[in-house]
Ligand binder design. Structure first.
Ligand code: GLU
Length: 425
């Protein structure tokens, strides 16, 4: 049975590269009817932090990458020590102070067939003796990683290309301990738009940053699965289920993938459009609450109407917060330059007349509001377009937005009228 693992070190948040590695492992497990192990590699006790571990687990859960088994290396130090002692007893390793070092015999080649990069050959002449246990009593990364991969029955090690130079060293450790060597697949790196390796300098790299910025988990997963792999053709909107059906390690690219925020946003916008209003509201509520736009009690039906108004115009959930702010404010502040550009001395009486017509409506909705508006325009001999812009500015504080009458309907009769009156007073 296929068994793979994702083995993050909790020395930082789960970043885009790590999430892509986790996703490819997860997809491979699911596509093969195999198992996916999550292993926290917290052997570096200085740099590992519980808050990062929590953040990694939260991000994995948010992305929907569920695991079948869970381990923490800090629970397993005894196992690593035992293997180190055994290797010393077998004279395959030696002590250097309190550290334990593996002897590497010169003059042979270590060969492995990477599932993505094909055959890789490294001469042991290029390898030094390898630290297994450090002098502080903690295992070196490669050593605990190899022991765990072997004991956990990992069949395929799928990880970032930055680990490729560790693989020959680790193979020597598998051999020294008499373990079966798994298959390896090294994923191409992810580059920023500038062609440099994706790093904090580049901007948001943590999955949780994208979550905060209003990306949907399914959209992020869709974007990540295209980083170095493709289901074939030009298809860009791919469900995880569909991707799992088509996934193959051998089809992963050898060349670096480039992170493209514009494309991620586009995909996110597509998922927002596909999402039911009800689900979208569910995802927006926590964002609105954290921005202080709504409290614990709110009108869900009204919120659904508000979200519907913007659904086809949003690339991220934050776009909604940004553009729909006028719906959540009691007092609207309109920028002076918008006022001077859109309001004329003759605007006030027209606004007043419009407020009066709207006031008289017993049933206030987009249709009745539009009818009242058009009747006023006709009665005053104006053109509708002359009035649409100033009214939009008065109601929303902006020059662009969704349909004016739908906006009025969601804003509600009372606030629509009071905003018109406020300008005319
Ligand atoms: N803990 C290592 C890392 O976070 C895992 C490497 C591996 O997958 O073997 O980079």
């Amino acid at each position: 049975m296929v068994k793979v693992r994702f083995a993050p070190s909790p020395t930082g948040n789960l970043h885009i590269g790590g999430a892509r590695t986790a996703l490819f492992n997860w997809m491979y497990a699911r596509s093969q009817g195999g198992q996916f192990v999550l292993r926290i590699e917290d052997t570096d006790q200085e740099r590992s932090k519980p808050e990062y571990e929590k953040e990694i687990l939260d991000s994995m859960t948010w992305l929907g990458l569920s695991w079948d088994e869970f381990y923490k290396q800090s629970d397993r130090f005894e196992i690593y020590r035992e293997y180190a002692q055994r290797l010393v007893a077998e004279q395959k390793a030696y002590h250097d102070g309190t550290a334990v070092i593996l002897s590497v015999a010169k003059g042979r080649n270590v060969v492995f067939d990477d599932m993505i990069r094909d055959r890789i050959t490294v001469s042991t002449d290029e390898l030094k003796d390898q630290v297994l246990m450090k002098s502080d009593g903690s295992p070196a990364y490669s050593f605990s990683c190899v022991i765990d991969d072997a004991l956990m029955g990992i069949t395929h090690v799928i990880r970032g290309e930055d680990h490729i130079s560790n693989t020959p060293k680790q193979i020597l450790m598998y051999e020294a301990m008499g373990f079966k060597v798994p298959k390896f697949a090294h994923l191409p790196l992810i580059m920023g738009a500038d062609g440099a390796r994706l790093s904090k300098r580049f901007g948001a790299v943590a999955v949780s940053d994208y979550r905060k910025e209003g990306f949907l988990p399914d959209a992020l997963v869709n974007y990540l699965l295209l980083l170095g792999w493709s289901p074939g053709g030009a298809q860009e909107i791919v469900s995880l289920k569909n991707a799992v059906e088509k996934f193959s390690i051998r089809k992963i690219n050898k060349t670096a993938a480039q992170f493209n925020l514009e494309k991620l946003k586009w995909i996110n916008g597509e998922y927002i459009k596909k999402c039911s209003v009800c689900d979208l509201v569910e995802q927006i509520i926590p964002v609105l609450q954290s921005e202080g736009y709504i409290g614990d009690v709110f009108d869900r039906k009204w919120l659904e109407n508000s979200v519907s108004l913007f659904r086809t115009r949003m690339l991220t959930l934050l776009d909604f917060i940004e553009r729909a702010d006028f719906l959540f404010k009691d007092e609207l502040v309109i920028a002076d330059e918008l006022k001077s550009e859109h309001f004329r001395p003759q605007t006030a009486p027209v606004f007043c007349a419009l407020a009066q017509r709207l006031e008289a409506l017993t049933d206030f909705n987009a249709f009745t509001a539009e009818t009242a508006f058009r009747e006023l325009v006709a009665a005053q001999g104006l053109s509708a377009s002359d009035l649409v812009h100033p009214v939009r500015v008065a109601l929303t504080g902006r020059t662009i937005g969704p349909g004016l009458f739908e906006t009025m309907s969601v804003l509600g009769k009372e606030r629509t009228i009071s905003r018109l009156r406020q300008i005319s007073s």
